[in-house]
Design a protein around this ligand. Structure first.
Ligand SMILES: [Mg+2]
Length: 213
């Protein structure tokens, strides 16, 4: 019964086809970068909540997940996104390998809601040393709601994202959305969900992209 349901879900949520390499764009935090790993470490060390783990972040709204005052949580979040701590963020497993392969075929486009992108651009350059820096494009919107306009202007068809509200908004605009699995987005239904970057490989026209670009 369980496997039957699994099959149904895979059919229902499957993307319709493969896409050319330049049709993709990616969110960064929670997708390429395991940003919450640093946040969790800071919550443990600086707030003394030693049992806290990423699995406790069951909502995107951090104030509901961390047992601490709002101002304190804001401080930890600011620190996480600071230049110093951004440098320490580990990548999600498989991101480097996938993006290095894709980056040989097309420009890599990243659209983040961060306000200040410099530190994360530096982080991406360090993650992807084999990709020409000019082929790594990062747009910082400062607002998740602004992503749809940017993605439309870029001609993007598929976006990989971990924030549910953004996924819903983009789907309404006609984008194909791939939800990157995280503890804070597991309530979702109706999105194609991946748990590892390797799962994205089957949606790329690898050879065709190589010929055309
Ligand atoms: Mg994100």
């Amino acid at each position: 019964m369980k496997s039957g349901l699994g099959l149904m879900n895979r059919r229902r949520f499957a993307l319709p086809n493969r896409f050319r390499p330049h049709h993709f764009a990616f969110d960064i935090d929670g997708v390429v970068a395991d940003t919450m790993a640093v946040f969790v470490e800071l919550v443990r060390k600086e707030l003394g909540i030693r049992h806290f783990s990423k699995d406790d972040i069951v909502e995107y709204e951090l104030y509901k997940c961390v047992p601490a005052p709002k101002e304190t949580i804001d401080e930890v979040l600011c620190k996480t996104l600071s230049d110093e701590y951004t440098e320490m963020i580990p990548p999600m497993p498989g991101a480097k390998e996938f993006l290095t392969r894709l980056g040989k075929l097309a420009d890599l486009r990243f659209v983040t809601a961060r306000v200040w992108p410099d530190s994360i651009i530096k982080w991406l350059h360090k993650l992807l040393p084999d990709i020409d820096k000019r082929r790594i494009q990062v747009v910082a919107t400062g607002d998740p709601g602004a992503k749809k306009r940017i993605l439309k202007d870029m001609g993007v068809k598929v976006f990989v994202e971990d924030r549910l509200d953004t996924c819903c908004a983009l789907r309404k605009e006609g984008f194909h959305v791939i939800l990157f699995d995280q503890p804070w987005n597991r309530e979702a239904d109706g999105f194609f969900r991946i748990r590892h970057w390797k799962e994205l490989e089957k949606f790329i026209e690898w050879d065709e992209g190589a010929e055309r670009l």
